[in-house]
Write a protein of this length. Sequence first.
Length: 310
Amino acid sequence: MTQPPISEATLMGLPTQVSIVVVCYNYGRFLSAALDSALGQTQPAGEILVMDDGSTDETRAVAGRYGSRVRYVALSHQGVCPARNGGLAEAKGKWIVFLDADDALEPRYLEKTLAAWQAAPEPKPAFVYTQRADLLTGQTSSHFPEYDASLLKQRNYVMVSSLMDKEIVRSIGFDSAFAGGLEDYDLFLSMAERGYRGLLLNEPLLRVRTHPESRSRQCGRPDERWRLMSRLLSKHRSFFNAEESKVWRRKMREFVAARIRENRKPSDSMFSRVKGLLMLLRCRAPRASLREQLLFVLFPKQFEIRQTLW
């Protein structure tokens, strides 16, 4: 639902201490846009932290230009999960917002999410999430549903940039087993398992930048996606019933088979072709997909001609 503008009196009554934590690894070229959006909030954050995960680019210099308005924390490169956990340890606010260094917040993000939390009935939600929009075009790029833990089992529709209760997030933390991706999905599943709920503010208040180097693109590789999703289902096996796990594994088999099929090229090396076959075997892909890939391994050029004729 759309929230009415928050009044000054309401703002004065809110515990407004929010920590915005920006984890950055070699995204210095995007960092200014993220920090400008954090500093440009109509309801100011209590603090803004940059957790520099061992960047070798201009990240330190960019953060330094903001002086005392931004707290810069240099880390050795360990990955996004330790960096976010470090942000949890450093943050002083009641709430925390993890803003990816290549994304940005709409100016009224904090104002509106805090108002939504304030207006929510008891027990209060553990987090408030919003729709998202493309950072460059401004077009809404999501249709996230109202919060429902059963729907969360089907897909993750909550962004890590949600306004979250810091102590709840700190009690769970980010699991480094998901350093390659899905660490946010793991976090929200862990919250749901513990009975915490979220609240949707149905406005596109998060601006997301899509580019080839984004982590979501890397996580989209079929082998990595299968590995991470298998690990997620194993970790939360008490939360997913047998049928739900079965559905997820079938969806992942279809995803892996489709991605391998889309990426096939006659010029692929033997190693690459065999790797695709092993991946299909590992995820127990349908026989038709296995047969296709085996033909591609043995006769790549003839297979391509055959596919064209079909």
